[in-house]
Design a protein around this ligand. Structure first.
Ligand code: CTP
Ligand code: CA
Length: 223
């Protein structure tokens, strides 16, 4: 019933959202990943749908079903997330791109096709890393880019790092939080950085914050 009372501030808009962690294999049974439950991204996808948008969610491995009404594309690695986002943008005009995913910055360049085995000499695996593509920066750099929203989970100095990251990523809106205070939790505290500076949203559940963010986004998109 809630949906019926949500103002359709995004009616007719198309939104592309990334959420969750990525998983970068080391071998067929192991990998490296980031801390992310996907709750914030999924809450935003659901709020956007309720606000009338057509929502595509590119998601890393999470323990949640796709939100009702949202088209989910499931991926594992950062490269797959990048490719799914770019392929979507080739075929679908999107009004906004919201990068909520906790993307692994590096993948294992020498991942093994076979499970690595311990040996009696105690030899350690020698992992090599390669940098993953920056999905948000790639989208923001496109001609005709959708309105881009970035997220930043920092461990300290959020105000300085948030403002700097918005400029580095070249996005009009960046949403910051202190990562370890929110991982896996149901509530969060968010700070919005835009060309005017920053302001905090009141501490609230991720569901309530998602609705606030959607209304902030709707105010910023051309009507
Ligand atoms: N992001 C992305 N692709 C990447 C890395 C990050 O799309 N390969 C997006 C995230 O989804 C988020 C934003 O960029 O919206 C900021 O991510 P963050 O990890 O905070 O930024 P980085 O530029 O990777 O900087 P850091 O060195 O602090 O990790
Ligand atoms: Ca990063």
């Amino acid at each position: 019933m809630i949906a019926a009372f949500t103002p359709k501030v995004l009616a007719g808009k198309h939104l592309l959202i990334t959420a969750g962690p990525t998983f970068e294999p080391i071998d067929p049974v192991r990998g490296i990943t980031n801390l992310s439950s996907g709750k914030m991204g999924y809450a935003i996808a659901e709020a956007a749908y309720r606000a009338g948008a057509q929502v595509t969610l590119v998601s890393g491995p999470v323990a949640m079903p796709a939100p009702y009404g949202v088209q989910r594309i499931s991926i594992q690695t950062a490269q797959q997330m990048h490719d799914a986002v770019m392929a979507n943008l080739l075929t679908q005009r999107q009004d906004a791109f919201i990068a909520v995913a906790a993307v692994a910055d590096w993948r294992v360049a020498n991942a093994s096709d076979q499970k690595l085995k311990k040996n009696s000499a105690g030899d350690l695996p020698q992992l090599e890393f390669a940098q993953n593509p920056d999905i948000l920066a790639s989208v923001a750099a496109m001609d005709d880019a959708p309105y881009c929203v970035g997220f930043a989970a920092e461990s300290e100095q959020l105000l300085e790092y948030g403002a700097a990251k918005r400029l580095k990523k070249n996005v009009p809106l960046l949403v910051g939080n202190i990562g370890h205070q929110t991982f896996g939790k149901d509530d969060n505290e968010l700070i919005l950085f835009d060309e005017h500076g920053h302001h905090a949203l009141p501490r609230a559940s991720k569901t309530a914050l998602a609705a606030m963010l959607i209304s902030e986004l709707a105010n910023r998109l051309p009507h």
